[in-house]
Design a protein around this ligand. Structure first.
Ligand code: IMP
Ligand code: MG
Length: 178
C-alpha cells in the first residue's frame, strides 16, 4: 500500500507479475505473426511502457514496425465520454498491412472500437487488439491478446496508466483507494 498523495494505492500486479504476462503475450504475437511484418500501433499515452516492454519481449526473428496514435475519451477526468478524439494520428502507411493495436486497458471499449474503424479505413489488411488489462463484461470487443482480466470497477494506475495524468511512472500496477 502506498499512501500520502491524497489517495491510497493497493498493489494489483507487481512488476514481476506484469513481466510474466508481457512475455506470454509477446510469445503469442511472435507465434501468430511468424513470417509476416506486423505494424504495432501503441495508443498514447497509457500504452507507452507496455509497448516498450512488449517489443523487447518479441522473438528477435520477428520483424515489426512501430507507430503510435493518441486518442482521448477521458480528458483529465476519470469519467468516460463516448466521443473519441484523435489527437495524434499514425505516420506509417497502413494500406495492406497487418496491424496490432496495443492499449493499456480496455474498459467499455469505446477507444479501441473507434481506433479499429479508423485504421481499417486506412486500408489495413487485418487489425487485432492487444491490451494489458481488460475489464470483465464491460465491452463488446474480443481482444486477441490480453494480459489480465480485471473484476470490479476499481481505478487502476501505474505502468503507464494515470490518475489525472500522474502515477504513470510507477513500475507496478495499483488500484486507487480514495
Ligand atoms: P474505454 O474506451 O472505455 O475502453 O477506455 C479505455 C481508455 O480509458 C484506456 O485507453 C485508458 O487510457 C483509460 N482508462 C480506462 N480505465 C482506466 C483506469 O482504470 N485507469 C487508467 N486509465 C483508464
Ligand atoms: Mg489510453
Amino acid at each position: 500500500m502506498i499512501s500520502g498523495r491524497g489517495c491510497c494505492l493497493e498493489l494489483f500486479m507487481d512488476s514481476l507479475q506484469i513481466g510474466i504476462e508481457v512475455e506470454r503475450v509477446a510469445a503469442e504475437i511472435s507465434r501468430d505473426y511468424k513470417g509476416r511484418v506486423p505494424v504495432i500501433i501503441g495508443v498514447l499515452n497509457g500504452a507507452f511502457i507496455f509497448v516498450a516492454d512488449l517489443l523487447r519481449s518479441l522473438d528477435t526473428s520477428l520483424d515489426v514496425e512501430v507507430d503510435f496514435i493518441q486518442a482521448s475519451s477521458y480528458g483529465r477526468s476519470t469519467v468516460a465520454k463516448d466521443e473519441v478524439v484523435i489527437k495524434k494520428d499514425t505516420a506509417l502507411s497502413l494500406g495492406g498491412r497487418d496491424v496490432i493495436i496495443v492499449d493499456d486497458i480496455i474498459d467499455r471499449g469505446v477507444t479501441l472500437k473507434h481506433l479499429m474503424g479508423h485504421i481499417l479505413a486506412k486500408g489495413a489488411l487485418s487489425v487485432k487488439l492487444c491490451a494489458l488489462l481488460v475489464r470483465k463484461g464491460r465491452s463488446p470487443l474480443s481482444p486477441e491478446y490480453v494480459g489480465r482480466e480485471i473484476e470490479g470497477k476499481g481505478f487502476i494506475v501505474g505502468y503507464g496508466l494515470d490518475y489525472k495524468e500522474r502515477l504513470r511512472n510507477l513500475p507496478s500496477i495499483y488500484t486507487v483507494k480514495e
